[in-house]
Design a protein around this ligand. Structure first.
Ligand SMILES: Nc1nc2c(ncn2[C@@H]2O[C@H](COP(=O)(O)OP(=O)(O)OP(=O)(O)O)[C@@H](O)[C@H]2O)c(=O)[nH]1
Length: 311
């Protein structure tokens, strides 16, 4: 069949763009703004953000569906560059396997800064997957922006064959819209993998644990070691009511005391905020019960990690 015998194509000035769907990994050293970026890209908070470094531990998928594309984002844990425990080794393995199976990688750095930790992440990037450089936190460079950025971007371009370089701020809406336009051509043509209104393929159970973790870190600041974790012992749904039973696992009695606070005040605060966030996200009432358990040395025990699903 020639083009002229195809009535639909003749009628349209330009054929409608084909639908695209693909996966995008967001990588970078801790604290460059990966979680903030993903939250901005998927429009709702599903990954935790915190000032504390290395807070994102699980692989989280966020989904954004538009008229002509579905973007499936994979948030990877910050490459664990500081501590060498079994937990970190298991995390790095997870990141490496994630990266080998995506359509596009966003390598996030802080605009104008490239350090040893960034270099370690860069050295692990796949050679056969397109990588875009995202120079985030551009808003922090208020003065002499082009004088700072020009040499920086030139230097970065010499380090790795980035397909494109995107200076931006994850906190600015316009930049996010532009980033979508830049990403789209890298996704393969194809049908959507998820329902249009899906935002994550993670269970509510998982989201509940992430919300609690975020509150724990928020309320304990930098004092609590990042090895503390949250286990959801039971998650029940009854109509629109959710009952969540969670254990916060810490390494020492002192950490337990840190979370409980004076006469239980901190734990109460953590629990209330976590419950309110869950009620908003799940759109229904939540009953939340939390326990704190001390389990010394779990982060260094590979068998222990498997039991808690970190394999
Ligand atoms: N000024 C500014 N701050 C930002 C921007 N993006 C993120 N941040 C801040 O940077 C800090 C770290 O952001 P996160 O999104 O938690 O960083 P992350 O890379 O996910 O960190 P890990 O979970 O430790 O790997 C937070 O305090 C954010 O608010 C930005 O565009 N501009």
């Amino acid at each position: 069949m020639t083009e002229s015998t195809h009535p639909q194509q003749d009628a349209a000035d330009t054929p409608a763009a084909a639908f695209r769907c693909g996966t995008v990994a967001i990588v970078g050293r801790p604290n460059v703004g990966k979680s903030t970026l993903m939250n901005a890209l998927v429009g709702q908070k599903i990954s935790i953000t915190s000032r504390k470094a290395q807070t994102t531990r699980h692989r989280i998928v966020g989904i954004q569906t538009t008229d002509d594309a579905q973007y499936v984002f994979v948030d990877t844990p910050g490459f664990q560059t500081r501590h060498a425990s079994a937990l970190n080794r298991s995390l790095n393995r997870a990141v490496t396997s994630t990266l080998s199976s995506v359509d596009l990688v966003l390598f996030v750095v802080e605009a104008g800064y490239y350090g040893a930790d960034d270099e370690k992440v860069l050295s692990l990037l796949p050679k056969n997957t397109p990588v875009l450089l995202v120079a985030n936190k551009l808003d922090r460079i208020a003065e002499n922006r082009s004088e700072v950025m020009m040499p920086f971007l030139e230097k970065m371009g010499q380090l790795f064959p980035f397909r494109e370089v995107v200076p931006m701020s994850a906190k600015t809406r316009d930049h996010i819209a532009r980033l979508f336009d830049i990403i789209r051509p890298y996704l393969p043509e194809g049908e959507p993998m998820y329902d249009a209104d899906a935002m994550t393929d993670r269970s509510e159970r998982f989201l509940a644990s992430e919300i609690i973790r975020e509150k724990v870190f928020r309320w304990t600041g930098d004092e609590l070691p990042y090895t503390s974790t949250v286990i959801i012992d039971k998650f029940e749904t009854e109509g629109r009511l959710r009952r969540v039973f969670a254990t916060i696992l810490v390494e020492r009695d002192a950490h337990k005391a840190m979370i409980i606070g004076n006469k239980g005040s901190k734990l109460k605060q953590i629990s209330t905020e976590a419950r309110l966030d869950m009620e908003k996200l799940f759109d229904g009432k939540v009953y939340l019960e939390m326990w704190i358990k001390v389990k010394s040395g779990w982060a260094d025990n590979e068998a222990g990690l498997r039991a808690y699903g970190y394999e």
